[in-house]
Each structure stands twice: as C-alpha cells, then as structure tokens.
Design a protein around this ligand. Structure first.
Ligand SMILES: Cc1cc2nc3c(=O)[nH]c(=O)nc-3n(C[C@H](O)[C@H](O)[C@H](O)COP(=O)(O)O)c2cc1C
Length: 230
C-alpha cells in the first residue's frame, strides 16, 4: 500500500470526518463479528506514545449486554452516587460550559424537551445507561499505571474506532457517562482491577428517523483553538 496520499484520499477523509456524528438511537439489529473485527483492525493502527498501545477494548453484546443495560439503568435511575476510575470534571467554565450546554440543548431540543424541564431532560440523560438501545458496547480501558498517557492515547484510539465504524456504515457514540458507574460495569464484566475504565463506545445501526439523531454539533473556529508562532 503506497504511503503517498492523494487529493482524492484527503477529500474522502474530510467527507468521512464531516459526516460522522454521535448516534443516540439505534436499531435492534446486531453488527456482524466480521465488521466489528474490521473496525478493531483499523482502530488498532492508532498512534501512541512510544507505540505502547495502552488501550484495551471489551466488546459486550447479546445477553451480557442486556444484563449490564438493566443494572446500569437501575443504578443510575436510583440516583445512587457513581464511582469513576478517572476523576470526573468538577466544574466546567466559560466556553467549555457554553459548549456543553449547547450540546445538551441540541439533544433535548431535538426531542421537544423545553429548556428548564429537568424531569424530561433527566429522563433522556438516563438513556445513556441503556446505551441508547445499541446492540454493542466497546468498553475502553487502560492500565492504571499508565495514568494520563494511557488515557490520551486511548482518546486517539476512540477517534479512529468511531471513524472506521462510520466508514463501514456503523453508527457510534462515545459514552463518558457510563464510566461514572465503574462499579456496576465491574459487577457484570470482567475488567482487570488494575485497569481504569475510560469510557464506552455504543455502536450499531442508526435509527435514522429518530429525532435524537436529527441534529449536528458545530465546532469552534480554528482561530479559537490554534495559534501560529514564527
Ligand atoms: C470521550 C467522549 C465521551 C462522550 N460521552 C458522551 C456521553 O456520555 N453521552 C453522550 O450522549 N455523548 C457523549 N459524547 C459525545 C459528544 O457529546 C459528541 O461527540 C459531541 O457533542 C460532538 O458531537 P458529534 O460527535 O455528533 O460530532 C462523548 C464524546 C467523547 C469524545
């Protein structure tokens, strides 16, 4: 395979990046193991610090996923405090807070939930713990001793996983929220105790007609994030 990329390669990449979006309503139809393996093979090409490849991925489907879904939803709905391996963000501020709110309002607005309707928005937020009806979840973990480095290399892996899935027509949504229930995940799935649960990626076939999939998030301008020196 030539390593020399062409303009057509770039155009294809941009098209895939621009058309990928988070999916929050899935069909009840499984993805074949062959397709899942293709996604894993592609994501495995992620770059990492000294090529340590710190990510581990556990694909949960079928009956174990149903049990996990039931337990996660029950626990989150009960309001019991969560437990995270990775410390949660205590407070968002400024632009980060604004973008976060915009994300929530875009989702809730698409479902006809009024701003300030905490009951309805809370109910929708709980759908995270049903994995939005996805037939598979990839649990992403990294050895705890690798700390932040393991986490940010895993971020690159997550991005490639989602892009590879999209290129195969498979919809995804990364789910940091479920990592706040690390204790419940561990009760159901054998995650080594020396690994930190970073997040999940729910994936499957998109329910395209569902309003939760009808909105697209914008991005900040590059002038907000990039600077040139010299
Ligand atoms: C690490 C990570 C964790 C995320 N956690 C959640 C989550 O718990 N629930 C959710 O609905 N979306 C979650 N998202 C999806 C983001 O909200 C989404 O990527 C962002 O709003 C941009 O929208 P887009 O993916 O449709 O372009 C997460 C995304 C990332 C990268």
């Amino acid at each position: 395979m030539s390593s020399q990329a062409t303009e057509a390669d770039f155009d294809m990449l941009v098209r895939l990046i621009r058309t990928r979006h988070s999916c929050r309503a899935f069909q009840e139809r499984a993805v074949s193991e062959a397709t899942i393996r293709k996604i894993l093979e592609t994501a495995q090409r992620s770059a990492s610090d000294c090529n340590i490849q710190p990510w581990k991925v556990t694909i949960v489907s079928g009956a174990p996923l149903d049990s996990l879904r039931t337990a996660m939803y029950r626990c989150a709905a009960s309001g019991a405090p969560g437990l995270s391996d990775i410390p949660p963000i205590e407070q968002y501020f400024g632009a980060y807070q604004e973008r976060r709110r915009d994300c929530g309002w875009s989702l809730y607005g698409s479902l006809g939930i009024e701003r300030g309707d905490r009951v309805a928005s809370g109910r929708q937020a709980l759908e995270n713990f049903r994995f939005f009806g996805a037939q598979h979840i990839a649990l992403i973990t990294s050895h705890a001793s690798l700390g932040m480095r393991g986490v940010f290399d895993s971020g690159g892996y997550i991005a490639l996983f989602m892009l590879a899935a999209h290129a195969l027509g498979v919809a995804t949504v990364a789910q940091g929220s479920i990592a706040h229930r690390a204790d419940v995940i561990r009760e159901h799935i054998a995650i080594p105790t020396d690994h930190s649960i970073i997040c999940g990626i729910a994936f499957g076939w998109s329910d395209d007609g569902h309003p939760a999939n009808s909105f697209r998030m914008k991005r900040a301008s590059i002038t907000d994030v990039a600077s040139f020196v010299g």
